[in-house]
Design a protein around this ligand. Sequence first.
Ligand SMILES: Cc1cc2nc3c(=O)[nH]c(=O)nc-3n(C[C@H](O)[C@H](O)[C@H](O)COP(=O)(O)O)c2cc1C
Length: 364
Amino acid sequence: MWPDNRFIKLSGIELPIIQAPMAGSAFSDMVVAVSEAGGLGSLACALLSVEQARNELETIRRKTSRPINANFFCQQPPRDDRARERNWIQRLDAYYTELQADRNTSIPQSTRAPFDEKMCDLVMEFHPEVVSFHFGLPDKNLLLRVRSTGAKILSTATSVDEARWLEDQGCDAIIAQGFEAGGHRGMFLTDDVSTQVGTMALVPQVVDALKVPVIAASGIADARGILAAFALGAAAVQIGTAYLHCPDAKITALHRQALKGAMDNDTAITNVFTGRPARAIVNRFMREVGPMSDLAPKSPLAAATLTPLRAKSEMAGSADFTPLWSGQAARLGRGLPAGELTKQLAAEALKNLRSLQTAACESR
Ligand SMILES: Cc1cc2nc3c(=O)[nH]c(=O)nc-3n(C[C@H](O)[C@H](O)[C@H](O)COP(=O)(O)O)c2cc1C
């Protein structure tokens, strides 16, 4: 039925659509809805404590017996750089004055911790059928433990080099993430965003370089994008921003509003919210301090310093200091419940595929 069934067979799902893990925005409700609809629901664990991740996984396992994906970050923790942190705090000082934010507020330490033994214990306990990583892979021992559960292992590549590296480490499928993607780039062999590749160019080159199935991510939000991904040689798609519009997404009203109104060229890659390059809708903070800034401390310290400003500003009804994560295809979002969206996208893609095949036969 689908031009390439390899990922469907590998993961045991029915529809080749992965709801992208979205840290801070997609939780058990969405995972259950997408998996029950036949796609692959993904729980992003990067911003969850071990206890929170356990609760979410318990809920998911209670509500669905379909395959699920648990997703983790495996970035290197930042080196202490007090001078840079001081400069960053100084850069934000005028905003603290303007918003009357308390400079002495104890800044919460982010839980953006890399995958570790405790999270690995959860994988051993809940046996997600798929485990995916962002920013490379964890160390060999952790990876062996994950593999011993029988989980299929995925990770994100933003270049052919990264894709080859991940395949060499034994990944079962590779997510090719293009420049258009919302949220953080999964890049790990380089931090040069200026050479990032778009989906249209990236996917076929990654497909040509690898033996394992390739999942196309970024800028895909409707049946046309899904079909294009298959035409480029992908065996599935991973969709993020289109699922952010769903009522099941846990985002603020300000973020939802911004997504609804976003034009194709309203986003940019920025490091000012977390210290790592990520795509978001341009707002005042990005315009005035970034979008890329040499001052921003490495992830996750930048986010912590911004928290009091964001809180004050959101209380006043403004998204000036809020990371409005979004990919370039926000405008194609529909706002349907996640399960319905999954089914609708798959049905439309199959219908378009059949029309193309009929048209090709007729023109012979
Ligand atoms: C709000 C948001 C949060 C994200 N968080 C994660 C994450 O925790 N883990 C991950 O692997 N990818 C994450 N991503 C990236 C997605 O997996 C995916 O690559 C991207 O959304 C695809 O592009 P699209 O947004 O144009 O569909 C996130 C994306 C968004 C929009």
